[in-house]
Write a protein that binds this ligand. Structure first.
Ligand SMILES: [Fe+2]
Ligand SMILES: [Fe+2]
Length: 151
């Protein structure tokens, strides 16, 4: 992207991706709280790997925002998008309660990624990255749902 990078179309991309970035930062905080709260070490290590996926998402999304001439969001939104955020999770007692809260968070992240994909469908470079990230989000949600069923 050269000099003329700043345009109305770019502003739309930047705004949309920064919304998703805020959410991924939000999810990282929620995962940190969940990992701290959980007792089962196998749940903890699995959630740690999911948290790392979200960290990677913040990096690949920030790269696109910069490419489009924007300032990438660098933290969660003040108004948390996730209903089961850090504070709520910090007060939950029991591994199942924590997993249920994370399941509801992953429903939100999956939904936000799907929305972003449909809004940015005309940009193949962005669609590729959003699809990669959404594949992770689906895997997170599926694993948590299975863990809840198995318990
Ligand atoms: Fe993510
Ligand atoms: Fe996720």
């Amino acid at each position: 992207m050269g000099q003329a990078a700043r345009s109305h179309a770019n502003d739309f991309v930047i705004e949309e991706l920064n919304r998703v970035l805020n959410l991924d930062y939000d999810a990282i905080k929620a995962y940190e709280a969940a990992i701290e709260r959980l007792h089962d070490p196998s749940y903890q290590s699995r959630l740690e790997s999911f948290k790392q996926d979200h960290v990677r998402h913040t990096q690949n999304l920030a790269a696109i925002v910069s490419e489009y001439g924007g300032e990438p969001a660098s933290h969660a939104d003040v108004k948390s998008v996730l209903t089961q955020g850090k504070v709520v999770i910090g007060n939950i007692v029991g591994d199942l309660g924590v997993l249920k809260a994370m399941n509801s968070n992953e429903r939100v992240t999956n939904g936000v990624y799907e929305q972003a994909l449909s809004k940015l469908a005309s940009k193949p470079d962005i669609v590729r990255v959003l699809k990669e990230n959404l594949t992770d989000e689906r895997r997170h949600k599926d694993w948590i749902e299975q863990a809840l069923k198995a318990s």
